[in-house]
Write a protein that binds this ligand. Structure first.
Ligand code: ADP
Ligand code: GLC
Length: 493
């Protein structure tokens, strides 16, 4: 089966969050399971520089305002997976994030930049961009790639089935309706049953309405986005496709995130030999200038600093928790107000709080390895990867019970502790007091070394690899292709 993944990020080349980690690992797991997998990425500078042996597949010429657009085919460094890159210097060759300039403003031509991504995917599916390799499945990720589903739906002879994965419904790719003509799609799409969303043009809707199947990155989030509370205004559209929406929980890259072989951490360890974890903890406290304190609950947070992540809840109860013996080590970037508030917390509590505003992958590994607990107090969380990195490193997650956090963490209730299934600590209300109670519960369990050690063992032995999710995607693809074949034969007949 030929599978084309279409996305805007891939670790380690371009990463603003978990999407990049997923794109680096899921296609590889699928290829290992026997699928013929390729990637389609925009030719952002880091991608153009890193992809190996790129050659031109087709000279596309001028489109979407760019005079020179070429489709290249090369190989990913590391995995060696074949990757198509869209070389469109006018649209993609620029610094900053894939979506925003250095001032945090959306690039003004994002409509053209990401419409082009979907448009090229559709041409690959239609066999006219690269007749040597025609995908059976086009798997588009988030709004950046969603237009692929609309363009493919417009080209009815295309035999590819489309899967659209929602990694985060809050980012929707909304544009002015005035820009509609640039998309080059039929005017019938210019309606609420098409891409219109409250007078704007929504790329997210291109995926939600036109993909043959929509997945999200956890079963709980799949249920949540059909509700008003989590639906970001799109719950109606999602409910209308309820038979074609499902959740497949993300895995993690267990080779990149492996405490037994991790070159970034002070001392390697595994579930049988945890002395290395204690060494990582001490090394982290020393590196960050935190008090060398064995009794503290050393809690880390590795996160985008946005309202999604519920960090304001932590700020509101931080003082009391520090007083009760918490140490906090945080790394992240995002909302300037949150960055400033955490910087101030560090100044106010030297030795107890360390804040690194920025993102550094090796430091993320040291934080996850050295901490006792990792907090993810999100308001909503489609899946969440850092709590799974925590599980793998015996760093117990403290999470709000939403989305993928609910699906991956077993709260330390008396029953779960008694039967050895507990892996972390969960709370429900999005309030500082609920979070504070939950962290205090973690402190209380840590004061019982046998109970804590039991949880660490259970956490570290969870099955978190991509093998299971890759199998679920394969089953979905097969079902979709069988449906397509059935539809085609009934039309022929
Ligand atoms: P999200 O994708 O919503 O940020 P996830 O938990 O799925 O949340 O993924 C976060 C991933 O991104 C982790 O690998 C984490 O280490 C990394 N990360 C966290 N903060 C940042 C940041 N500010 N910039 C880049 N990557 C980050
Ligand atoms: C998004 C979500 C996050 C998820 C990630 C990868 O960025 O916010 O919860 O883990 O995508 O699917």
């Amino acid at each position: 089966m030929k599978v084309l993944h279409v996305a805007a990020e891939i670790f380690p080349l371009v990463k603003t969050g978990g999407l990049a980690d997923v794109l680096a690992a899921l296609p590889v797991a699928q290829a290992e399971a026997g699928a013929d997998v390729r990637l389609l990425l925009p030719g952002l500078p880091a991608m153009m520089d890193a992809v190996q042996g790129a050659r031109t597949v087709i000279d596309i010429g001028a489109c979407f305002g760019a005079l020179r657009v070429r489709l290249l085919l090369g190989r990913m460094p590391g995995s060696k997976l074949p990757v198509y890159l869209i070389d469109a210097p006018y649209l993609y060759r620029r610094g900053g994030s894939p979506y925003q300039d250095d001032l945090g403003e959306e690039w003004p031509d994002n409509l053209q930049r990401f419409a082009l991504l979907g448009w090229v995917a559709a041409h690959l599916a239609a066999a006219d961009a690269d007749p040597q390799w025609v995908p059976d499945i086009v798997h588009a990720h988030d709004w950046h790639a969603a237009m692929a589903c609309a363009y493919i739906a417009e080209h009815t002879p295309t035999r590819a089935a489309t899967v659209f994965t929602v990694h985060n419904l809050a980012f929707q790719g909304l544009f002015s309706m005035h820009d509609w003509p640039m998309l080059g799609t039929a005017s019938r799409l210019m309606s609420p049953a098409g891409l219109e969303f409250h007078g704007q043009l929504s790329f997210m809707k291109a995926g939600l309405q036109f993909a043959h199947h929509v997945t999200t990155v956890s079963p709980t989030y799949a249920r949540e986005i059909a509700t008003h509370e989590f639906g970001c205004g799109l719950d109606g559209a999602i409910r209308s496709r309820s038979g074609a929406v499902s959740g497949i929980l993300n895995g993690i890259d267990v080779a990149v995130w492996n405490p037994a072989t991790d070159a970034a951490i002070a001392s390697c360890y595994d579930a049988e030999r945890l002395t290395g974890k204690r060494a990582c903890r001490r090394a982290l406290q020393a590196e960050l200038g935190l008090d060398i304190d064995d009794r503290a609950l050393l809690m880390t947070l590795v996160s985008r600093l946005t309202s999604q992540k519920g960090l304001d809840l932590l700020l509101a109860c931080l003082g009391d928790l520090l007083h009760a013996g918490l140490q906090l080590a945080l790394q992240g970037t995002g909302d300037p107000a949150l960055e400033a508030a955490f910087r101030m917390a560090q100044q106010a509590h030297p030795g107890r709080v360390h804040v690194f505003i920025g993102y550094d992958e090796a430091r993320a590994h040291r934080l996850v390895a050295g901490a006792d607990a990792i907090a993810v107090p999100s308001r909503f969380e489609p899946c969440g990867l850092t709590q799974m990195y925590g599980l793998r490193y015996g760093t117990l997650p403290i999470v709000r019970r939403v989305g993928g956090l609910a699906d991956t963490v077993v709260d330390a209730t008396p029953e779960a502790l008694a039967c050895g299934t507990a892996t972390g600590f969960s709370f429900d209300a999005a309030t500082p007091s609920a979070l504070e109670r939950c962290v205090r519960h973690a402190m209380a369990v840590r004061a019982q070394p046998a109970a804590w050690a039991g949880m660490v063992q259970t956490a570290m032995t969870q099955q978190l690899s991509w093998r299971g999710p890759a199998r679920q995607y394969a089953q979905l693809y097969e079902r979709l292709l069988a449906d397509r074949a059935g539809t085609a034969s009934s039309i022929d007949g």
